[in-house]
Ligand binder design. Structure first.
Ligand code: KPL
Length: 310
């Protein structure tokens, strides 16, 4: 009976990176049977999960590829998109024709931007957005470890609303998650933290904790001040000093960690700079505002990237 209910309102995760696999595990643990949509052609995979307390569990994940004409895709009523911001539009294009108009889509990634493009790709599906401070590390392709707990905010953006039943199932599965409306202020809030911490740790090759030093204070404060001005022009009022305090709180709480951008640069991967400081610069241009500090951080990280990405 329970299984039938789950299949009728199927939840799928598009993108089996660290965050995608983490959300998959949390849904699974809470009694759901989520589908993982990934590039691989296999139908099943044994996935390993190391929880915050070190406990290791294995489960068999049901996979579908966006290319497959899997009947499972038509049954999906909630699609959680966990690919990187720069992959979101292509990932949605690759699957949208196979999704029911009754499916609801949630974008859950670092940075901002895709929510401006995705609405025109939809065929009647509703769209919500989310941001999470949970952290996970990928040890192997199918082995992730949760490395940080934290809150998750989700909320409606456009089109039909997510059904109450699916919303309840999602909030029940993700620890410390809330439905927030409007959702955009939560995304700008997280953007400010990433805009201040991520590029500086990548440029100075340091842990998050190092940014507590006096030498970074002006840059952190200017990055957040510029961002708050751009957000305001976009109709989102942020409390600048509360935001700067929060940046320092996150620096303290994650002092020993290396930011995701630091790890991307270290491993010579494309970074999310375009959807973090790049988004601030893009919205600033739209409003004819100047964001010198964000622009400089964007250019420095792009330069590092261009030295290893050909
Ligand atoms: O989200 C993060 C990231 O690394 O992307 C922060 C908050 C900076 C923690 O490392």
């Amino acid at each position: 009976m329970g299984q039938q209910l789950v299949d009728e309102k199927k939840i799928a995760i598009l993108g089996a990176g660290a965050v995608g696999q983490l959300i998959y595990q949390q849904l699974l643990t809470d009694g759901n049977a989520p589908l993982l949509i990934a590039r691989e052609n296999e139908r099943q995979k044994i996935v390993t999960f190391t929880a915050l307390d070190g406990q290791v569990t294995k489960s068999t994940a049901i996979l579908a590829s966006p290319k497959s004409v899997s009947p499972l895709l038509e049954q999906v009523r909630l699609l959680i998109v966990c690919v990187k911001a720069y992959q979101v539009s292509d990932a949605i294009r690759s699957i949208i024709d196979k999704l029911s108009p009754k499916c609801h889509i949630i974008l859950l990634h670092n940075g901002m931007g895709p929510h401006l493009e995705v609405p025109e790709l939809l065929h009647g599906q509703g769209l919500s957005l989310g941001t999470t401070s949970q952290a996970a590390l990928k040890h192997e392709r199918w082995h992730i470890e949760q490395t940080g707990s934290g809150s998750t905010q989700l909320g409606h953006l456009t089109g039909p609303q997510l059904s109450q039943e699916l919303r309840t199932r999602l909030l029940s599965a993700i620890p410390n998650s809330q439905w927030c409306e409007p959702i955009l202020p939560s995304l700008w809030h997280k953007l400010a933290i990433n805009a201040a911490i991520n590029p500086l740790t990548a440029i100075h090759n340091c842990s998050n904790g190092k940014l507590a030093e006096e030498q970074y204070c002006n840059q952190i404060s200017a990055t957040v001040t510029e961002l708050a001005e751009v957000a305001s022009a976009d109709g989102i009022e942020l409390d600048k000093s509360a935001l700067i305090n929060r940046v320092y709180e996150v620096i303290g709480l994650t002092a020993a960690n290396f930011s995701s951008m630091h790890q991307d640069v270290l491993n010579k991967r494309k970074t999310e700079i375009e959807s973090i400081n790049g988004y601030v610069v893009q919205r600033a241009r739209h409003h004819q505002l100047s964001t010198k500090v964000n622009l400089s951080l964007l250019e420095q990280v792009k330069k590092m990237e261009s030295d290893y990405l050909k």
